[in-house]
Design a protein around this ligand. Sequence first.
Ligand code: API
Length: 281
Amino acid sequence: MLLHFYKMTGAGNDFVMVDNRDLSLTPHLDAETIEALCNRRFGIGADGLLAVEPSRGQGDYRMRYYNADGSEADMCGNGARCFAAFASALTDGDLGDISFETAAGLIRARFEDDGNITISLTTPKDLQINVLPADDTVLAPVHFINTGVPHAVVFLPSVEDLDIVEAGSYLRYHKAFSPAGTNANFAAILNPQHLQIRTYERGIEDETLACGTGMTATALLHAALTDAPSPIKLDVAGGDTLSIGFKRDGLNFTDVTLTGPALFVFEGDIELTGEIELEQH
Ligand SMILES: N[C@H](CCC[C@H](N)C(=O)O)C(=O)O
């Protein structure tokens, strides 16, 4: 079966996008196939796959997100921006601002005049300051919050020379976060409203160039720890700077938004059976 796909990037976090509005692709969206499609040497290559599916009652659509290892996750912040742009393009932009269901809850997307997209995230939960014992740190105390998916966050003087696979995988697989595991974010404070962040992602099992829910988690924990006001900017490994907005009452956050780019890179067709017949021209 030939699959028509689009490739998009949200600040360097990149995705295979598929139109599954008629649900015809569902039998093919198994973990093995998704892992093969996301493989950077034998497939299209991506951090994950996003499928546009019919709404199940809320919002205009349903968003399904799968990591590169084929595991399905409840939410993806950079992916949500790409999803909004893709879903809008599929309907010739007639819908204007759109909303879509995710396993984490309803997400709203606003298309900004400068081409960026603002995502209204679900209410964060399970915020924990110093979530690990004082003697169990990763160069500094570890904090936690769920911004649609689980995130551990560590603030360091610098993240430039960090061995993020060693530090990230330690937290990702730490017993404190089992059995689901967690993503791991490491941030340096450049000024009260500007951070530099690097993220090790669950399900990619490596550093990604940006992680939307991770930068959100990091911004909110920074605000909780330092009273920094909204918005907070974050420089990500891919070179972009994105913005997190929020309202805060103590450790309770509402009206959380993530603003950043979503770009189309290419489109193509791929044979799901793996053997591509080159047409004789
Ligand atoms: N790897 C994450 C999901 C994708 C998060 C990230 N790509 C984002 O932009 O939020 C997890 O399994 O929890």
